[in-house]
Design a protein around this ligand. Sequence first.
Ligand code: APR
Length: 362
Amino acid sequence: MPFEMVRNDITKMNVDAIVNAANRSLLGGGGVDGAIHRAAGPELLEECRTLGGCETGEAKITKGYRLPARYVIHTVGPIWHGGSNGEKELLAGCYRHSLELAAENGCESVAFPMISTGAYGYPKDEALSVAVDEITRFLLDHDMTVYLVVFGHESLITGRKLFRDIREYIDDAYAETRIRRRRRTENARENLWQTDEKAALDLDMEISQSIYEDACKSEAPPDLMANMPAPAMGAGPDWKKILKKTDESFSEALLRLIDERKWTDAYCYKKANIDRKLFSKIRTNPDYQPSKPTVLAFAVALELSLPETKKLLKKAGFSLTRSNDFDLILEYCISHGNYNIFEINEVLFEFDQPLLGSGMKM
Ligand code: APR
C-alpha cells in the first residue's frame, strides 16, 4: 500500500527515512523532535550543528545513527496563527521538500509525523488534508511507501461531517439488527409457548442471559444471519465451488473492468492505493485470492455501484454484511458516491479498521 496511516511511535518505524518536526535551529526540542534525538543518540545533534539551521517549509537530511531508520529528514513546520499567514503553503512545502529529499537519497520508504499539530498548534483535521494531498500527489509519479504516523490514540477527523454521518449510519444499522433479532426471538418464543412449555421456559432463560451479555459488551450484538453456521459438507450444493465457477474470477473481472474504462493498469492501481507488486500478482494469476480490503480498494477506484461492488466481492468469496463497522463504512461511502479512497481510509483509520489497499485478511 503506497500510502498508509499507522498508529505508532515514529522512532520505532523500520523505514529508510523518518521525518522530524523540528524547529529552525535544528538543535532539538520537545515532542517528536525530542523523541527522535533521544532515540538517535548524541551524534544526531552533532551532525545537526553542521547544518546551519533550516527555514520553515524547507527540509534537510542527516543520518539516523541509533534509529532503525537510515536517515532523519528534518523539516520545520509553520506555527499556526489562524490560517491566513501562508501556513497551508508552508506545511505543504514541508511534505513536498521532505519527499523530494527522500527520493534524491534513494529512500523507498518514509514515515512522517503529523507536522505542526503539536506545539505549533496546527488543527489536526486541516493538517491531515494538507499531508494527504501532498503525499498522494507525489505518489502519482513515484514508487515509494509513505507512512503517516499518528501518535497514540489521537483523533483526527471526529469534527468532520462525513465522520459524524457515518457514525450515525453505523449506530442506526446496529439498532436495526437489534430490533430484527428481538422480533425473531419474540416469534420463536410465541411459537414455542403454543407447542412446548418446558422448551419455552429454557428459551426465556437463554434470552435473558444473552441480553445481559450484550449489555456487558460495548459492541453491537452480531447479526444472527451473519453467524448462521455454514452448510455442513455434503448438506446440499457446495456454494463455494458454484460461486467459483461463475463466469469469471476476481482477477479476470478486474482486468475486464479496467479494459472497459480504457485505463492503464498503473492508473487503476495507483487510484486504488495498491502497490505495483501486488497488482502484478493479481494480473498474472487468474485465481489470485485477494483480501477484502484489496477488493474494495479496486471497487472504489473503479467507482462501482453498490450492486456491482457486491458482485466483485462475491467473485473473491466475500460479501458486505451489516454487522461490522468496516462493511457499514464502505456501504455508506459507496452508496453516497464517495469514491475518495484516502478520505475513506481516514474514516476507517478513525474507527481502527483495516485500510483499503491493505492486504489485511478479514
Ligand atoms: N512519534 C510520532 N508522533 C509523535 C511522537 C512520536 N514519538 N511524539 C509526538 N508526536 C506527534 C504529536 O502528537 C503531534 O501530533 O507529532 C506531532 C507533532 O507535534 P510536535 O512534536 O509538538 O511538533 P510541532 O507541532 O511541529 O512543533 C514543533 O515542537 O518539539 C518542538 O523542537 C520542536 O520547536 C519545535 C516544535
